[in-house]
Ligand binder design. Structure first.
Ligand SMILES: [Zn+2]
Length: 261
């Protein structure tokens, strides 16, 4: 990874601004492209160079198709993952037996985060100067988002995850990945919205984690045959993001609707 710190941080920040659950829209993709057009120097550095190569293609035919938007979304996921790995300050600090223990005890039939008896500082993506103390034993953080929007939620509630808690999990990810839907949530997801409710549904023997659609997209995470899957369903427009439809779609839609207010 060839990083020029300034451009790298600026572009990572931009990604965080446009990246959200559901589907990337044209305005968000244009925002990513505009910076590349305006910064000839900057687009040579990671991760802007990756987006430049991809978006040149996307704009070649003058319009953005859904599969192309999906590619941009996947690149965002990949870049965020690589950044989290690159910045994992703390993997070594965690006792591996602790992780094994937690993975054995993890119950994927309940929408509840595992307890990890550990705490460390996590910096926001694109802002290494601001570090926040995260405690994984009760999923708490000292940032404003956590204190204002999330700390009243019960311990284990998935919506307790602020940006730093999400990132922190990525930094201590076990080599073999997190168990079940947890890996999909932590590897492909963005921070949950504070009002989101969660449920687990079984589809063909696999546990799927489902969020409520607050306000628009219900998200669905699962690990099927070793692949971390993420789907999003727009409750009012009644459609799947990027036209990707999961197995057991009807059952999953019913649960999204049921837990959405
Ligand atoms: Zn935080």
């Amino acid at each position: 990874m060839d990083m020029d710190t300034n451009y790298t941080l600026v572009y990572l920040k931009l990604i965080e601004e446009v990246a959200q659950d559901g589907e990337l829209n044209h305005k968000e993709i244009r925002q990513l492209a505009k910076w590349l057009n305006d910064n000839e120097e900057g687009r040579k550095s990671w991760p802007a160079s990756l987006f430049y190569a991809l978006l040149k293609d996307v704009f070649d035919d003058g319009k953005i198709e859904r599969p192309e938007a999906e590619k941009v979304g996947r690149l965002i996921q990949r870049v965020r993952r690589e950044w989290a790995r690159e910045n994992s300050l703390c993997g070594g600090k965690l006792d591996p037996s602790q992780l094994v223990n937690l993975i054995t005890k993890f119950d994927s039939s309940e929408p509840i985060l595992p307890v990890i008896d550990n705490q460390f500082e996590v910096a926001a993506t694109g802002a290494p100067e601001s570090a926040f103390q995260v405690d994984f034993s009760d999923q708490s953080c000292c940032c404003d988002d956590f204190k204002t929007n999330r700390q009243h939620l019960p311990v284990g509630h998935i919506s307790r995850c602020c940006e730093h808690i999400m990132l922190g999990y990525s930094q201590i990810r076990p080599d073999a990945g997190w168990p079940n839907w947890l890996d999909a949530l932590l590897e492909t997801g963005f921070r949950p919205l504070p009002n989101q409710q969660w449920a687990v549904v079984q589809v063909r023997g696999c546990n799927y984690l489902v969020s409520s659609a607050d306000p628009d997209w219900g998200n669905i995470y699962a690990q099927v045959d070793g692949d971390a899957l993420k789907y999003s369903y727009h409750l009012t427009e009644k459609r799947w993001s990027y036209d990707r439809i999961p197995q057991g779609a009807e059952k999953l839609i019913a649960v999204v609707a049921k837990i959405s207010s």
